[in-house]
Design a protein around this ligand. Structure first.
Ligand SMILES: Cc1cc2nc3c(=O)[nH]c(=O)nc-3n(C[C@H](O)[C@H](O)[C@H](O)COP(=O)(O)OP(=O)(O)OC[C@H]3O[C@@H](n4cnc5c(N)ncnc54)[C@H](O)[C@@H]3O)c2cc1C
Length: 460
């Protein structure tokens, strides 16, 4: 093992590899509920070639490698289940290109959402990307790897749908380009009109290779952003309300949120409708479209728009929203995890009911911010509970509540988003056997020695 340490030092330099107790402790856990497991080494490569050398070494020595971005996926996806090397991507932090005309950016794997947001605001203020509500140290690449969602998801689909090319080091150590960048210097398409091979890496949690560069589509950054707030106390109306809003094709993002405290929130469904405009006229027109779409609920007294006062707006419009991060500490002790099935929006009422039932049964605090995906084709519904990390009993209760909610979501046809390894097993037990065979063959081909984030997407 000391040979591996020395070989890693030769590849990245002695400052960027560690087997010290404190680093192994830190890199052995994440903020969620999955049990910790420490790596043997932590390494921070700076270049694609260094990543390649590390993977070649890992293949030779049969040492597992777990890539890590911000470590904020919460479901244990960066915990090195079989020890070995955690590869922290943070030194690969260059924004390599912004193509103004074709509207895309090419970033290295360690570039964070916060860094890209600041860069675009400064140098390309008329362009933007889809920012998730995770803390700003979340990486663009890892967020795409887990099919994350951000402020443009209602209009444009998952953040991974906005990927426009990849550079990957396969589990065998070969470097491979995916999309238009495989045959030219342009990163405008991740596949079409060729076969879309990005699916061999997005959604695999690093178990097929390490993404070293990624192209991401950019979209117009309009001058004004605003938000409207629609309130109803009838969960069964929420899917129809969403359909009426998405039908207008006017809005940037639609998020339905709720929580039981303060009491005025309990039993109410807050539908946040975000919009952008280049002029006051455009903004007023969009607001009128929202009013017209939902007027029927006003008349039936089933819901209405609530005034958003100027002091409420900065918090509601912040990107990322700070409210989710604050929610993480509601129980004090900073524990928070959510399992978010991607589901048809019609499941919203029964999922809210289940979330509340489990909170009551296990005496937990809950909250949710469900995001509409791709014009209402689906929604991410988070079963989210907070817990005090210093209270093992509360953590156990939160885990039980989440496991049972996930079981329920799968029964109702939801697909678990960023599943932890137990949830991956639940998916693989239910999935079409030929699909599972195909997944296993793909993994075997790209990572024949099973060194890449082992334990993930591995059928028992
Ligand atoms: C308060 C809060 C709010 C959140 N809100 C949102 C939200 O609105 N939208 C959303 O999408 N998510 C949200 N999340 C979840 C999560 O934080 C984000 O999805 C985040 O972008 C994950 O990125 P990361 O860099 O932390 O990933 P990590 O946890 O570091 O990694 C995730 C997965 O990607 C793999 N990986 C990392 N780098 C690479 C690489 N270079 N190549 C291959 N595989 C790699 C890892 O092995 C792991 O399996 C939220 C989380 C919190 C705590």
């Amino acid at each position: 093992m000391s040979d591996v340490y020395e070989a890693l030092q030769k590849i990245v330099g002695e400052d960027y590899v560690s087997n010290r107790t404190e680093e192994r402790y830190f890199y052995g856990r994440d903020p969620g509920l999955m049990p910790p497991h420490e790596p043997d080494y932590v390494v921070m490569p700076k270049t694609t070639e260094e990543v390649q050398e590390i993977i070649k070494l890992a293949n030779m020595e049969k040492v597992p490698v777990t890539p890590k971005g911000g470590g904020l996926a919460l479901t244990g996806l960066v915990i090195p289940l079989k020890a070995g090397i955690v590869m922290d991507m943070k030194r690969m932090d260059r924004i390599l290109e912004v193509n103004e005309k074709a509207s895309y950016v090419v970033v290295e794997a360690g570039v964070t959402h916060g860094a890209l947001k600041s860069y675009l605001q400064k140098y390309h203020p008329h362009l933007r990307h889809s920012i998730p509500d995770s803390p700003p140290i979340a990486t663009i690449v890892a967020n795409a790897v887990i099919h994350g969602q951000g402020r443009l998801t209602q209009q444009r689909g998952f953040n991974s749908d906005m990927v426009s090319g990849l550079e990957v080091v396969l589990g065998t150590g070969e470097i491979c380009r995916i999309g238009s960048c495989a045959l030219s210097s342009q990163w405008f398409s991740k596949g079409p009109p060729m076969p879309d091979l990005s699916g061999l890496f997005l959604g695999w949690f690093g178990s097929t290779g390490v993404i070293t560069k990624l192209g991401m589509k950019l979209y117009p950054c309009k001058r004004i952003r605003d938000v409207m707030l629609f309130l109803t106390d009838k969960a069964e109306l929420v899917p129809e309300i969403i359909r009426k809003l998405t039908h207008t094709e006017m809005f940037e993002d639609i998020v339905v949120s709720g929580q039981p405290i303060p009491l005025r929130f309990k039993g109410n469904f807050y539908i946040l409708v975000f919009m952008t405009a280049d002029s006051d006229e455009e903004l007023e027109f969009k607001k009128k479209m929202a009013w017209d779409a939902l007027w029927v609920y006003f008349e039936s007294r089933d819901g209405g728009f609530v005034s958003v006062t100027p002091d409420m707006k900065p918090a509601l419009l912040a990107m990322p929203s700070k409210d989710t991060t604050k929610f993480a500490d509601v129980s004090k002790g900073g524990g928070f995890e959510y399992s978010g099935p991607i589901t048809p929006i019609d499941n919203f009422p029964i999922f809210v009911k289940k979330l509340e039932e489990k909170a009551e049964e296990y005496k937990l605090f809950y909250g949710y911010a469900a995001r509409v995906i791709d014009a209402g084709h689906s929604m991410m519904f988070p079963f989210s509970y907070t817990f005090n990390r210093a209270d093992p009993d509360e953590m156990k209760r939160a885990k039980k509540a989440m496991d049972e909610a996930v079981e329920f979501a799968l029964e109702k046809g939801g697909v678990i988003w960023k599943p932890n390894i137990n949830e991956q097993q639940m998916i693989m037990e239910r999935i079409d056997p030929n699909t599972l065979k195909l997944m296993t063959s793909i993994k075997q081909l790209l990572d024949p020695n099973g060194i890449m984030n082992p334990g993930n997407w591995e059928a028992k």
